[in-house]
Design a binder for this molecule. Structure first.
Ligand code: ZN
Length: 143
């Protein structure tokens, strides 16, 4: 994928999910929650998760801040569904690598591939990773 393609995919994703976020709002029956803040642009994202055993059954999010933070949180809730806790944690590391523009984040990433485009906008990387850090914190206590 060229840099230009990655940039376009990213912008489409941000517009799509930013304007029509999926799974936004509180989660009835949530077992784990965490909030992450990005002081740089005032974003604040809370991720709610319902974890049963080692399975993250469903997540929802609440966000205040820029469209990028919201779009990434929305994408998270669509991606992290019925995953094992370990798989969800691995995805956080994958998103961090993507945001840094590391090519090592390979394999079939599906819609997450679009996040690669943020590497072209370094000031926005923290907006993209924010929800994922909230997810990591939410799952922190699970062994
Ligand atoms: Zn932001």
């Amino acid at each position: 994928m060229t840099t230009r393609d990655a940039k376009m995919l990213y912008q489409e994703l941000v517009l799509d999910h930013g304007k029509a976020p999926r799974n936004e709002g509180p989660l009835a029956g949530a077992t784990h929650d965490a909030t992450a803040k990005n002081p740089l642009c005032g974003d604040r994202v809370t991720v709610h998760a319902k974890v049963v055993g080692q399975r993250v059954e469903v997540t929802r999010f609440e966000a205040r801040g820029c469209m990028i933070a919201k779009a990434s949180a929305s994408l998270l809730t669509e991606t992290v569904r019925d995953l094992d806790v370990a798989e969800a944690r691995a995805l956080v590391a994958t998103v961090e690598a993507l945001a840094r523009g590391e090519s090592s984040a390979a394999g079939d990433l599906g819609a997450l591939e679009a996040l690669r485009g943020v590497a072209e906008f370094p000031a926005r990387r923290a907006c993209v990773t924010l929800a994922w850090h909230a997810l990591r914190d939410a799952l922190h206590a699970i062994e």
